[in-house]
Write a protein that binds this ligand. Sequence first.
Ligand code: ADP
Length: 459
Amino acid sequence: MISKVLIANRGEIAVRIIRACREMGIRTVAVCSEADRDALHSQLADECICIGAAPAKESYLKMERILSAAIASGADAIHPGFGFLSENARFADLCTRCGLIFIGPSGEVIERLGNKAAARTCMVEAGVPVVPGSDGPVASVEEAVSLADEFGYPVIIKASAGGGGRGMRVVRRHEDFEESFLTAQAEAKSAFGDGTMYLEKYVEHARHIEFQILGDLEGNVIHLGERDCSVQRRHQKLIEESPAPGVSKQLRTRMGADAVKAAKAAGYTGAGTVEFLLDSDQRYYFIEMNTRIQVEHGVTELVTGIDLVKEQIRIASGQTLGIRQEDVRVTGCAMECRINAEDPARDFVPCPGTVEELHIPGGNGIRVDTALYQGYRIPPYYDSLLAKVMAVSSNREETIQKLRCALGELVIEGVTTNLDFQYQLLGDERFFAGGVDTGFVESVMEESKADPDLNASDQ
Ligand code: ADP
């Protein structure tokens, strides 16, 4: 059994994990950087250890300091949250070598799936549909361009080590290929230290549909239904919902079975997400598997009643999955808006600041996951996610209404946020109709360029 967990993360996800541990009677150790001594996670955990200077490279990414903190505090497990070291195979292996439980899949599985080109190959072998594309990485720009000519444009150039939408470029014409390839590769090298690239056919008007997976150490794997994450800006998710509007029971069953097949093929354990693109002809393709808890896990929790963080901890401590596929019930509709400290009027630049006044909405069917408090100084070093505002009800229309009301009530004074932009997206009639594709946000932005008042939020 796990009795003490070190949380190798910060912000709302660290708070989320601390709360789950507390409910399970597990003691918690937070780690923080010098910039986060006053952060909520540092204050909420039973213990807190400062592990270095503000930049993540000096603290939240310093493996040996985190491992030392875990050993010194007597923790028996490490929860990595998302981002930072959560998909770092070496870190997972080092935890094991230090006698600590890594709450997530093994280093070997992370390695297999973290390399996106290799993960594609693994899925092809397992018989899971993938987007037509290169057979593994491309060796040179010459090889890439001749493949792209062969597939036909548009194509998407991707980094094998990619994540967060970086190292990716859509190319629509042969003439633009070489420059886009070299730019994407340079971006991948600087962001991930790895310039290995691969190619996929670009699926026009695709929706992003992902399946939540749970797998235990005995090889039992189930899925908890899907999330539609098509509302994205520059390949980054803004609004997520479950279930996906317009996805029929038959399609859900087929996609869910393929998601389970994908996870089993990779030997997956813990909570993970199998991401697919769904085209306008209802064909779907695997794009990648995320080997960690996702930002948007809450919407699945709201429609299934299953606490994913607690399940992660139970699985890591060796318990058999207590839920069978036929026990999973998706009830109603849940939706989440990500509120970020960024300015839509200035190309979404991050806007740290001090929270001068804060009002968090509540009420029937509202959940807000955040690490904000009044007077909190948001440090400029980390990502800009401030709060995840979620709503759940028996039907989609009411959920949108609830979420809009909740956003209307949310007050974050002193920091510029994307709150009004999110309110606008939720009020769009195309969104209301359901089933928008990944180009939706771009089209809203194009239209509102003519009306700049819609873009600014000084809350
Ligand atoms: P990352 O790991 O950086 O998040 P993903 O491979 O998950 O990258 O893709 C992120 C988003 O990019 C998808 O949700 C989708 O909007 C878009 N995308 C990725 N691959 C394709 C493709 N082949 N065709 C169309 N859109 C794609």
